[in-house]
Design a protein around this ligand. Structure first.
Ligand code: C2E
Ligand code: CA
Ligand code: CA
Length: 395
Protein backbone atom coordinates (compact mmCIF):
# COMPACT_ATOMS: atom_id res chain seq x y z
CA UNK A 1 0.00 0.00 0.00
CA UNK A 2 1.39 3.42 -0.92
CA UNK A 3 1.85 6.13 1.71
CA UNK A 4 -0.33 8.61 -0.26
CA UNK A 5 -3.86 7.33 -0.75
CA UNK A 6 -6.63 9.43 -2.22
CA UNK A 7 -10.35 8.72 -2.21
CA UNK A 8 -12.19 10.77 -4.85
CA UNK A 9 -15.95 11.06 -4.40
CA UNK A 10 -17.60 12.67 -7.40
CA UNK A 11 -20.40 11.41 -9.62
CA UNK A 12 -19.04 13.38 -12.58
CA UNK A 13 -16.85 10.71 -14.14
CA UNK A 14 -14.81 13.27 -16.07
CA UNK A 15 -13.95 15.27 -12.96
CA UNK A 16 -13.12 12.10 -11.01
CA UNK A 17 -10.85 10.91 -13.82
CA UNK A 18 -9.11 14.30 -14.01
CA UNK A 19 -8.39 14.32 -10.27
CA UNK A 20 -7.28 10.68 -10.33
CA UNK A 21 -4.95 11.39 -13.21
CA UNK A 22 -3.16 14.30 -11.53
CA UNK A 23 -3.03 12.45 -8.19
CA UNK A 24 -1.53 9.35 -9.81
CA UNK A 25 1.17 11.55 -11.35
CA UNK A 26 1.96 12.74 -7.83
CA UNK A 27 2.39 9.17 -6.60
CA UNK A 28 -1.02 8.66 -5.04
CA UNK A 29 -2.89 5.41 -4.99
CA UNK A 30 -6.41 6.45 -6.00
CA UNK A 31 -9.90 5.03 -5.55
CA UNK A 32 -13.10 6.62 -6.88
CA UNK A 33 -16.60 6.19 -5.52
CA UNK A 34 -19.94 7.99 -5.73
CA UNK A 35 -22.62 5.89 -4.08
CA UNK A 36 -22.90 5.19 -0.37
CA UNK A 37 -21.96 1.52 -0.76
CA UNK A 38 -18.98 2.32 -2.98
CA UNK A 39 -17.78 5.06 -0.65
CA UNK A 40 -17.97 2.89 2.45
CA UNK A 41 -16.25 0.02 0.70
CA UNK A 42 -13.49 2.21 -0.79
CA UNK A 43 -12.92 3.99 2.53
CA UNK A 44 -12.43 0.70 4.37
CA UNK A 45 -10.30 -0.88 1.67
CA UNK A 46 -8.04 2.10 0.95
CA UNK A 47 -7.74 3.80 4.35
CA UNK A 48 -7.21 7.11 2.51
CA UNK A 49 -4.70 9.79 3.56
CA UNK A 50 -6.70 12.43 1.65
CA UNK A 51 -10.35 12.69 0.61
CA UNK A 52 -11.83 14.89 -2.09
CA UNK A 53 -15.61 15.04 -2.01
CA UNK A 54 -18.19 16.65 -4.26
CA UNK A 55 -21.10 18.12 -2.31
CA UNK A 56 -23.82 16.68 -4.48
CA UNK A 57 -23.56 13.22 -5.97
CA UNK A 58 -27.21 12.48 -6.69
CA UNK A 59 -27.77 9.48 -4.44
CA UNK A 60 -25.69 10.79 -1.54
CA UNK A 61 -24.64 14.32 -0.61
CA UNK A 62 -21.45 15.66 0.93
CA UNK A 63 -23.02 16.22 4.33
CA UNK A 64 -23.98 12.54 4.56
CA UNK A 65 -20.41 11.66 3.62
CA UNK A 66 -19.07 13.97 6.38
CA UNK A 67 -21.38 12.24 8.87
CA UNK A 68 -20.02 8.85 7.81
CA UNK A 69 -16.40 10.04 8.03
CA UNK A 70 -17.00 11.49 11.48
CA UNK A 71 -18.52 8.21 12.67
CA UNK A 72 -15.41 6.44 11.36
CA UNK A 73 -13.27 8.98 13.26
CA UNK A 74 -11.48 9.82 10.01
CA UNK A 75 -8.35 11.94 10.65
CA UNK A 76 -7.27 12.37 7.02
CA UNK A 77 -7.69 15.83 5.48
CA UNK A 78 -10.96 16.39 3.62
CA UNK A 79 -11.37 18.69 0.62
CA UNK A 80 -14.84 19.73 -0.51
CA UNK A 81 -15.53 20.67 -4.10
CA UNK A 82 -18.74 21.96 -5.60
CA UNK A 83 -20.27 24.11 -8.27
CA UNK A 84 -22.49 25.59 -5.55
CA UNK A 85 -21.80 29.03 -4.08
CA UNK A 86 -19.22 29.90 -1.49
CA UNK A 87 -21.84 30.14 1.25
CA UNK A 88 -22.94 26.53 0.87
CA UNK A 89 -19.37 25.30 0.66
CA UNK A 90 -18.38 27.38 3.70
CA UNK A 91 -21.24 26.04 5.79
CA UNK A 92 -20.40 22.45 4.82
CA UNK A 93 -16.78 23.15 5.87
CA UNK A 94 -17.94 24.48 9.24
CA UNK A 95 -20.15 21.47 9.69
CA UNK A 96 -17.15 19.19 9.06
CA UNK A 97 -15.05 21.12 11.57
CA UNK A 98 -17.82 20.90 14.16
CA UNK A 99 -17.87 17.12 13.66
CA UNK A 100 -14.16 17.00 14.45
CA UNK A 101 -13.01 16.34 10.88
CA UNK A 102 -9.78 17.67 9.45
CA UNK A 103 -11.31 20.02 6.85
CA UNK A 104 -8.46 21.09 4.62
CA UNK A 105 -9.94 23.25 1.86
CA UNK A 106 -12.91 23.89 -0.36
CA UNK A 107 -12.80 24.71 -4.04
CA UNK A 108 -15.31 25.99 -6.54
CA UNK A 109 -15.86 23.81 -9.58
CA UNK A 110 -14.52 23.76 -12.26
CA UNK A 111 -11.44 22.85 -10.32
CA UNK A 112 -8.27 24.73 -11.20
CA UNK A 113 -5.25 22.61 -11.89
CA UNK A 114 -3.03 24.79 -9.68
CA UNK A 115 -5.37 24.39 -6.70
CA UNK A 116 -5.60 20.65 -7.17
CA UNK A 117 -1.83 20.29 -7.41
CA UNK A 118 -1.29 22.44 -4.35
CA UNK A 119 -3.81 20.52 -2.30
CA UNK A 120 -2.36 17.15 -3.35
CA UNK A 121 1.14 18.36 -2.54
CA UNK A 122 0.28 19.87 0.81
CA UNK A 123 -1.68 16.83 1.97
CA UNK A 124 1.45 14.76 1.55
CA UNK A 125 3.47 14.65 4.67
CA UNK A 126 5.19 11.37 5.17
CA UNK A 127 3.46 11.80 8.49
CA UNK A 128 -0.23 11.03 8.15
CA UNK A 129 -1.09 11.53 11.77
CA UNK A 130 0.25 14.76 13.17
CA UNK A 131 0.66 14.30 16.87
CA UNK A 132 1.72 16.49 19.73
CA UNK A 133 5.08 14.68 19.80
CA UNK A 134 5.81 15.06 16.10
CA UNK A 135 4.96 18.75 16.34
CA UNK A 136 7.26 19.23 19.34
CA UNK A 137 10.07 17.61 17.36
CA UNK A 138 9.30 19.84 14.37
CA UNK A 139 9.55 22.92 16.59
CA UNK A 140 12.80 21.73 18.12
CA UNK A 141 14.36 21.01 14.76
CA UNK A 142 13.20 24.37 13.41
CA UNK A 143 11.02 22.93 10.69
CA UNK A 144 8.28 25.50 11.26
CA UNK A 145 8.74 28.70 9.32
CA UNK A 146 6.61 31.62 8.31
CA UNK A 147 5.91 32.20 4.65
CA UNK A 148 4.74 35.63 3.61
CA UNK A 149 1.89 36.74 1.37
CA UNK A 150 2.15 40.31 0.06
CA UNK A 151 -0.64 42.81 0.67
CA UNK A 152 -1.18 45.79 -1.63
CA UNK A 153 -3.04 49.09 -1.50
CA UNK A 154 -6.08 49.10 -3.78
CA UNK A 155 -7.00 52.79 -3.43
CA UNK A 156 -5.34 56.19 -3.36
CA UNK A 157 -1.99 57.38 -4.76
CA UNK A 158 -0.30 54.25 -3.55
CA UNK A 159 -2.70 51.87 -5.32
CA UNK A 160 -0.91 48.74 -6.46
CA UNK A 161 2.07 49.04 -4.14
CA UNK A 162 2.98 46.53 -1.47
CA UNK A 163 2.69 47.81 2.09
CA UNK A 164 2.80 44.65 4.13
CA UNK A 165 2.70 40.90 4.36
CA UNK A 166 0.67 38.29 6.18
CA UNK A 167 2.82 35.66 7.86
CA UNK A 168 1.46 32.14 7.35
CA UNK A 169 3.07 29.21 9.12
CA UNK A 170 4.41 26.25 7.17
CA UNK A 171 5.86 22.99 8.35
CA UNK A 172 8.73 22.35 5.94
CA UNK A 173 9.78 18.75 6.36
CA UNK A 174 13.30 17.60 5.48
CA UNK A 175 11.76 15.24 2.87
CA UNK A 176 10.60 18.31 0.98
CA UNK A 177 6.94 18.14 1.94
CA UNK A 178 5.29 21.35 3.03
CA UNK A 179 2.42 20.95 5.46
CA UNK A 180 -0.21 23.69 5.62
CA UNK A 181 -1.45 25.11 8.93
CA UNK A 182 -4.94 23.59 8.65
CA UNK A 183 -3.26 20.27 9.44
CA UNK A 184 -1.10 21.17 12.42
CA UNK A 185 -2.57 24.30 14.03
CA UNK A 186 -5.61 22.34 15.31
CA UNK A 187 -3.22 19.82 16.95
CA UNK A 188 -1.23 22.68 18.47
CA UNK A 189 -4.44 24.30 19.71
CA UNK A 190 -5.26 21.25 21.79
CA UNK A 191 -2.31 22.07 24.02
CA UNK A 192 0.08 24.86 25.00
CA UNK A 193 2.03 24.21 21.81
CA UNK A 194 -0.01 26.95 20.17
CA UNK A 195 1.71 29.42 22.51
CA UNK A 196 5.12 28.26 21.35
CA UNK A 197 4.05 28.49 17.70
CA UNK A 198 2.68 32.00 18.18
CA UNK A 199 5.86 33.09 19.92
CA UNK A 200 7.86 31.63 17.07
CA UNK A 201 5.72 33.44 14.49
CA UNK A 202 6.14 36.78 16.26
CA UNK A 203 9.89 36.43 16.68
CA UNK A 204 10.48 35.15 13.12
CA UNK A 205 8.35 37.99 11.71
CA UNK A 206 10.10 40.60 13.85
CA UNK A 207 13.60 39.61 12.84
CA UNK A 208 12.55 39.19 9.20
CA UNK A 209 10.99 42.64 9.16
CA UNK A 210 14.14 44.28 10.45
CA UNK A 211 16.22 42.37 7.88
CA UNK A 212 13.95 43.70 5.12
CA UNK A 213 14.09 47.17 6.63
CA UNK A 214 17.89 47.03 6.34
CA UNK A 215 17.39 46.38 2.62
CA UNK A 216 15.13 49.42 2.33
CA UNK A 217 11.80 47.57 2.44
CA UNK A 218 9.38 49.24 4.78
CA UNK A 219 6.65 46.69 5.52
CA UNK A 220 4.11 45.76 8.16
CA UNK A 221 3.45 42.16 9.13
CA UNK A 222 0.20 40.47 10.14
CA UNK A 223 0.26 37.42 12.40
CA UNK A 224 -2.67 35.09 13.07
CA UNK A 225 -3.65 34.75 16.67
CA UNK A 226 -5.33 31.56 17.84
CA UNK A 227 -8.66 32.17 19.63
CA UNK A 228 -7.16 30.30 22.58
CA UNK A 229 -4.79 33.18 23.21
CA UNK A 230 -7.67 35.59 23.71
CA UNK A 231 -8.33 33.84 27.00
CA UNK A 232 -4.87 34.67 28.37
CA UNK A 233 -5.06 37.84 30.39
CA UNK A 234 -1.28 38.28 30.32
CA UNK A 235 -1.06 38.21 26.51
CA UNK A 236 -0.15 41.93 26.22
CA UNK A 237 2.78 41.45 28.63
CA UNK A 238 3.93 38.44 26.65
CA UNK A 239 3.84 40.44 23.43
CA UNK A 240 5.93 43.15 25.06
CA UNK A 241 8.53 40.60 26.16
CA UNK A 242 8.64 39.06 22.69
CA UNK A 243 8.98 42.40 20.93
CA UNK A 244 11.57 43.83 23.33
CA UNK A 245 14.92 43.95 21.63
CA UNK A 246 13.68 42.79 18.21
CA UNK A 247 13.64 46.29 16.78
CA UNK A 248 10.08 45.77 15.54
CA UNK A 249 7.98 48.83 16.22
CA UNK A 250 4.53 48.06 17.52
CA UNK A 251 2.72 49.91 14.78
CA UNK A 252 4.24 47.54 12.18
CA UNK A 253 2.61 44.54 13.82
CA UNK A 254 -0.97 43.53 13.09
CA UNK A 255 -2.61 40.71 15.01
CA UNK A 256 -5.41 38.92 13.18
CA UNK A 257 -8.21 37.33 15.18
CA UNK A 258 -11.30 35.57 13.91
CA UNK A 259 -14.82 36.64 14.80
CA UNK A 260 -15.71 33.47 16.65
CA UNK A 261 -12.37 33.59 18.40
CA UNK A 262 -12.77 37.09 19.65
CA UNK A 263 -16.34 36.62 20.68
CA UNK A 264 -16.42 33.61 23.01
CA UNK A 265 -15.51 35.58 26.11
CA UNK A 266 -16.24 39.10 25.03
CA UNK A 267 -15.27 40.89 28.20
CA UNK A 268 -11.87 39.24 28.51
CA UNK A 269 -11.16 39.40 24.76
CA UNK A 270 -12.07 43.11 24.74
CA UNK A 271 -9.74 43.75 27.67
CA UNK A 272 -6.83 41.93 26.03
CA UNK A 273 -7.35 43.49 22.59
CA UNK A 274 -7.82 46.97 24.01
CA UNK A 275 -4.57 46.74 25.93
CA UNK A 276 -2.75 45.54 22.83
CA UNK A 277 -4.14 48.54 20.95
CA UNK A 278 -3.03 50.86 23.74
CA UNK A 279 0.45 49.40 23.29
CA UNK A 280 0.25 50.43 19.63
CA UNK A 281 -0.38 47.03 18.00
CA UNK A 282 -3.07 46.92 15.31
CA UNK A 283 -5.87 44.39 15.53
CA UNK A 284 -7.54 43.00 12.45
CA UNK A 285 -10.79 41.02 12.35
CA UNK A 286 -10.08 38.02 10.11
CA UNK A 287 -12.52 36.01 7.95
CA UNK A 288 -15.21 38.65 8.39
CA UNK A 289 -18.64 37.47 7.32
CA UNK A 290 -18.23 33.83 8.30
CA UNK A 291 -18.43 34.08 12.08
CA UNK A 292 -21.04 34.95 14.59
CA UNK A 293 -20.32 38.49 15.63
CA UNK A 294 -22.92 41.17 15.77
CA UNK A 295 -22.48 44.74 14.66
CA UNK A 296 -22.48 45.76 18.29
CA UNK A 297 -19.45 43.63 19.06
CA UNK A 298 -17.68 45.01 16.04
CA UNK A 299 -18.26 48.46 17.39
CA UNK A 300 -17.21 47.61 20.93
CA UNK A 301 -13.98 45.86 20.06
CA UNK A 302 -10.87 47.87 19.23
CA UNK A 303 -10.32 46.65 15.67
CA UNK A 304 -8.39 48.76 13.19
CA UNK A 305 -9.21 46.60 10.18
CA UNK A 306 -11.73 44.12 8.82
CA UNK A 307 -10.63 41.35 6.48
CA UNK A 308 -13.34 40.18 4.09
CA UNK A 309 -13.39 36.39 3.99
CA UNK A 310 -12.08 34.96 0.79
CA UNK A 311 -15.21 32.89 0.15
CA UNK A 312 -17.08 36.12 -0.72
CA UNK A 313 -14.19 37.68 -2.62
CA UNK A 314 -13.60 34.57 -4.73
CA UNK A 315 -17.21 34.58 -5.92
CA UNK A 316 -17.94 38.28 -6.21
CA UNK A 317 -17.56 38.65 -9.96
CA UNK A 318 -19.73 35.60 -10.64
CA UNK A 319 -22.28 35.76 -7.89
CA UNK A 320 -24.46 38.75 -7.21
CA UNK A 321 -25.08 37.89 -3.54
CA UNK A 322 -21.35 37.60 -2.88
CA UNK A 323 -20.82 41.01 -4.46
CA UNK A 324 -23.58 42.55 -2.36
CA UNK A 325 -21.93 41.17 0.79
CA UNK A 326 -18.51 42.48 -0.19
CA UNK A 327 -19.97 45.90 -0.99
CA UNK A 328 -21.80 45.99 2.36
CA UNK A 329 -18.68 45.05 4.31
CA UNK A 330 -16.64 47.74 2.54
CA UNK A 331 -19.36 50.27 3.40
CA UNK A 332 -19.58 49.08 6.99
CA UNK A 333 -15.82 49.36 7.45
CA UNK A 334 -15.78 52.82 5.96
CA UNK A 335 -18.69 53.99 8.13
CA UNK A 336 -17.02 52.65 11.27
CA UNK A 337 -13.70 54.25 10.31
CA UNK A 338 -11.99 50.87 9.88
CA UNK A 339 -9.66 49.82 7.12
CA UNK A 340 -10.86 47.02 4.90
CA UNK A 341 -8.72 44.30 3.37
CA UNK A 342 -9.97 41.69 0.88
CA UNK A 343 -8.34 38.29 0.88
CA UNK A 344 -8.44 35.63 -1.82
CA UNK A 345 -8.13 37.88 -4.87
CA UNK A 346 -7.57 35.39 -7.66
CA UNK A 347 -8.00 37.48 -10.79
CA UNK A 348 -7.60 40.99 -12.15
CA UNK A 349 -11.34 41.50 -12.60
CA UNK A 350 -11.92 40.94 -8.86
CA UNK A 351 -9.04 43.22 -7.95
CA UNK A 352 -10.43 46.05 -10.10
CA UNK A 353 -13.95 45.59 -8.79
CA UNK A 354 -12.71 45.78 -5.19
CA UNK A 355 -10.81 48.96 -5.98
CA UNK A 356 -13.97 50.45 -7.53
CA UNK A 357 -15.93 49.58 -4.40
CA UNK A 358 -13.36 51.45 -2.31
CA UNK A 359 -11.78 48.49 -0.54
CA UNK A 360 -8.49 49.76 0.93
CA UNK A 361 -6.24 46.80 0.38
CA UNK A 362 -6.02 43.20 -0.71
CA UNK A 363 -4.06 40.01 -1.04
CA UNK A 364 -4.51 36.80 -3.02
CA UNK A 365 -3.04 34.38 -5.49
CA UNK A 366 -3.47 36.87 -8.35
CA UNK A 367 -0.94 39.09 -6.63
CA UNK A 368 1.19 36.36 -5.09
CA UNK A 369 1.01 33.12 -3.15
CA UNK A 370 2.64 32.95 0.26
CA UNK A 371 6.41 32.64 -0.29
CA UNK A 372 9.56 32.03 1.74
CA UNK A 373 11.11 35.18 3.19
CA UNK A 374 14.15 35.07 0.91
CA UNK A 375 11.96 35.27 -2.22
CA UNK A 376 10.13 38.44 -1.22
CA UNK A 377 12.61 41.23 -2.14
CA UNK A 378 13.03 39.95 -5.72
CA UNK A 379 9.28 39.43 -6.02
CA UNK A 380 8.58 43.02 -4.93
CA UNK A 381 11.08 44.36 -7.44
CA UNK A 382 9.42 42.36 -10.19
CA UNK A 383 5.93 43.40 -9.08
CA UNK A 384 6.89 47.08 -9.05
CA UNK A 385 8.27 46.76 -12.56
CA UNK A 386 5.09 45.01 -13.72
CA UNK A 387 2.76 47.64 -12.33
CA UNK A 388 4.89 50.44 -13.79
CA UNK A 389 4.61 48.85 -17.21
CA UNK A 390 0.92 47.96 -16.95
CA UNK A 391 -0.94 49.89 -14.25
CA UNK A 392 -3.27 47.50 -12.46
CA UNK A 393 -6.18 49.78 -12.05
CA UNK A 394 -6.54 51.22 -15.53
CA UNK A 395 -9.88 50.24 -16.97
P1 C2E B 1 -6.18 32.86 7.05
O1 C2E B 1 -5.63 33.69 8.13
O2 C2E B 1 -7.54 33.18 6.56
O3 C2E B 1 -5.11 32.94 5.86
C1 C2E B 1 -5.44 33.02 4.52
C2 C2E B 1 -5.35 31.68 3.84
O4 C2E B 1 -5.81 31.81 2.50
C3 C2E B 1 -3.92 31.16 3.74
O5 C2E B 1 -3.97 29.73 3.82
C4 C2E B 1 -3.52 31.59 2.33
O6 C2E B 1 -2.48 30.82 1.78
C5 C2E B 1 -4.81 31.39 1.60
N1 C2E B 1 -4.95 32.25 0.42
C6 C2E B 1 -4.40 33.47 0.21
N2 C2E B 1 -4.77 33.97 -0.99
C7 C2E B 1 -5.58 33.04 -1.55
C8 C2E B 1 -6.28 32.99 -2.83
O7 C2E B 1 -6.24 33.89 -3.66
N3 C2E B 1 -7.02 31.88 -3.04
C9 C2E B 1 -7.10 30.85 -2.14
N4 C2E B 1 -7.83 29.79 -2.47
N5 C2E B 1 -6.45 30.88 -0.95
C10 C2E B 1 -5.70 31.97 -0.66
P2 C2E B 1 -2.96 28.92 4.74
O8 C2E B 1 -1.61 29.51 4.69
O9 C2E B 1 -3.15 27.48 4.41
O10 C2E B 1 -3.51 29.21 6.21
C11 C2E B 1 -4.75 28.72 6.63
C12 C2E B 1 -5.13 29.26 7.98
O11 C2E B 1 -4.26 28.77 9.01
C13 C2E B 1 -5.03 30.77 8.07
O12 C2E B 1 -6.18 31.30 7.49
C14 C2E B 1 -4.93 30.98 9.57
O13 C2E B 1 -6.20 30.96 10.16
C15 C2E B 1 -4.18 29.74 10.02
N6 C2E B 1 -2.77 30.08 10.30
C16 C2E B 1 -1.75 30.27 9.44
N7 C2E B 1 -0.61 30.57 10.08
C17 C2E B 1 -0.92 30.61 11.41
C18 C2E B 1 -0.18 30.88 12.61
O14 C2E B 1 1.03 31.19 12.59
N8 C2E B 1 -0.86 30.82 13.79
C19 C2E B 1 -2.20 30.52 13.85
N9 C2E B 1 -2.79 30.48 15.05
N10 C2E B 1 -2.92 30.25 12.75
C20 C2E B 1 -2.30 30.29 11.54
CA1 CA C 1 -5.32 35.71 8.56
CA1 CA D 1 -8.66 35.00 6.58
Amino acid sequence: MRSRRLLVMDDDAEVAAFIADIATQQGYEVASACTRAEIEHAYQALNPTLLICDLNMGTIDGVQVLRYLAAEQCRAPVVLISGLGADVRASAMRLGVSKGLNMMATYQKPLRLADLEQCLASAVGGITDITFDSLVRALESRELELHYQPQIHLCGDQAGTVYGVEGLMRWCQPVGAVIVPARFIPVAEESDLIDAITDLAISQAASQLSAWRDRGLDLSVAINLSPRLLKQRALPERMETLLAGTGLQHQHLVLEVTESGAMTNIVLATEILTRLRIHGIHISLDDFGTGFSSMVQLYRMPFSQIKIDRSFVADMTRNHEAEVIVRSIVGLASNLGLRCCAEGIEDLETLRRLAQLGCDSGQGYYIARPMPAEDLPAWIEDWNRRIRETPLLQA
